[in-house]
Ligand binder design. Structure first.
Ligand code: ADP
Length: 362
């Protein structure tokens, strides 16, 4: 069976389900069936159907909740969900379904030709998305290969530059420029390699204690924090279900908060998390130099740097953080005031299984 093309038909009303399955099979689709919400969630996770036809009125949980759970799980979030209902047929029901993550809302009785045409239309959109994803992957591989191929000759260049530096003693200024240029290029290529490895890497989703993660990040940044005389405080952080690369996000935000401090003002950083609209909103607040409003979106673009060459970096960190957060179904943004400080935010959808464990952690 071509799973990419399969449809999950979820309805507890057997006669309606059979009829719909028959229509779709006759139109050439592979159809699997579910009779309640839990079975739907299991099949979506196991079989990755391209489209889920989801009855709004299911016995164990509402179709709306099933759809929300599909969206919250990063592995299933991109599934196409079409609600179908013979009971909830008013405009406000349709709006509610669509605003909670459904891609479309069909009201019974649906003309079989409309049902088939609607599914075909969503399949086309999915194929276009798939083609885009593949071309994006190719571009990422290309960037990786370029960085990888450049790395070797640059390594030779910097190694020999080092040898010459030792042998020559007093060097002409132009030689020093040459050496510095080679080092900068090497560290840029290193950064690019790490960036493309991280965005191509398989996501590894687990239950993570964000509190423990923060402790590890602070440990690894200990020397940098001390050198700058920084102080970091935090709230009690929750248990989340996310890609382990989220550590990189915390690490990068805190290390930037230390790096971009105001001259003579030691960094004061506060890390916190609050729950809002089904997501954890993490924030890293600093008292640093701040970012002018017109540049606040731009800092998430690759190679975008606002501050002087005296601060080390290549403008890859925030671009990578945003990619990791978005791959986890979240978003990332910054609020900032020049000369006062910046707060970087990112969200991680709350997963059901951590709800109970998080109660009483604060
Ligand atoms: P890098 O730090 O390597 O330049 P990033 O992608 O992490 O790359 O950041 C991009 C740019 O955003 C930085 O060059 C800096 O100008 C700005 N920036 C990032 N974090 C902060 C911060 N906490 N305060 C002020 N500016 C920041």
């Amino acid at each position: 069976m071509n799973l990419q093309q399969s449809i999950l038909n979820a309805d507890d009303y057997a006669p309606g389900r059979y009829a719909r399955t028959k229509i779709l099979r006759q139109a050439g689709f592979d159809v699997i069936e579910a009779a309640d919400g839990n079975q739907t969630l299991e099949l979506v996770a196991e079989r990755s159907p391209a489209v889920v036809l989801l009855d709004v009125n299911l016995p164990d949980m509402s179709g709306i909740e099933v759809c929300q759970r599909i969206r919250r799980n990063p592995k299933t979030a991109a599934t196409t969900v079409l609600h179908i209902s013979a009971t909830y047929t008013e405009s406000q029901h349709m709006v509610h379904g669509l605003e909670n993550g459904a891609d479309s809302y069909l009201v019974e009785p649906v003309d079989p030709r409309v049902l088939v045409a609607t599914v075909r239309a969503f399949m086309r959109a999915r194929q276009a998305e798939e083609a885009l994803r593949r071309s994006n992957e190719e571009l990422q591989r290309f960037a990786y290969m370029v960085a990888h191929e450049l790395n070797e000759p640059l390594r030779t260049l910097t190694t020999h530059a080092q040898l010459l530096e030792r042998q020559l003693g007093d060097q002409p200024e132009s030689f020093q420029f040459l050496v510095r240029g080679a080092y900068t290029m090497r560290s840029l290529i290193d950064g690019l390699l790490r960036y493309s490895q991280a965005i191509q890497g398989e996501s590894d989703i687990r239950q993570i204690d964000a509190q423990g993660l923060l402790a590890e990040v602070l440990f690894s940044l200990d020397t940098t924090i001390r050198v700058k005389g920084g102080r970091i405080t935090h709230d009690r952080l929750p248990l989340i279900v996310a890609d382990i690369r989220i550590e990189h996000v915390l690490q990068n935000l805190i290390s930037n908060a230390i790096k971009y401090n105001r001259p003579g003002v030691p960094p004061e950083i506060h890390v916190s998390a609050r729950q809002e609209h089904g997501a954890w909103v993490f924030s890293v607040r600093d008292n640093g130099i701040g970012i002018e409003p017109q540049y606040q979106d731009g800092v998430f673009r690759i190679f975008q740097r606002l501050h002087g060459r005296d601060v080390p970096g290549h403008g890859l960190g925030l671009a990578l953080c945003q990619k990791i957060v978005e791959a986890n179904g979240g978003r990332m943004w910054v609020e900032s005031e020049v000369g006062v400080g910046s707060t970087f935010y990112f969200t991680i959808p709350v997963q059901e299984e951590t709800r109970a464990a998080n109660i009483g952690r604060n």
